[in-house]
Ligand binder design. Sequence first.
Ligand code: AMP
Ligand code: ZN
Length: 140
Amino acid sequence: MGRKDDCIFCKIIAGDIPSLRVWDSPVGVAFLDVNPLAEGHTLLVPRQHFADLRDMPPDTLGQLLAVAPALCAAIIAATGATGVNFLQNTGASSGQVVLHTHFHFIPRRDGDGLGYRWNAGNYSEGRAEVLQGAIAEALG
Ligand code: AMP
Ligand code: ZN
């Protein structure tokens, strides 16, 4: 099992640091975020250490995310929230602080004041097609 000694989530998974778990399986665990954006904010974390989404083997990711629908519904049922943001940060620029892949489930309510600055833009002529080709080519 890949473990990184200085990783806080590896320590949580090993039980060296306490956590309030809501789900525990051979592929991963889910526990309450210690500094929640809203009550019930939960983190879904693979047992093995992968720094971010790019490192996740698709099979492992699929097994881990298989619980996402039920976990989302359970968080809504338990908190009375009316929505959930399902969020993954990859890279420091995105806000990733803990370099062990994890998925945030953040309970939301109308008017809760959370949210992104969603400053939607526009593409200049031809730029979207250039990016479409570049991303598709990088995917292979
Ligand atoms: P991110 O910014 O996506 O890397 O999110 C890391 C999250 O881990 C933050 O929301 C932290 O509050 C949370 N976190 C850090 N340490 C702990 C801990 N010991 N137990 C539970 N959540 C933690
Ligand atoms: Zn780790």
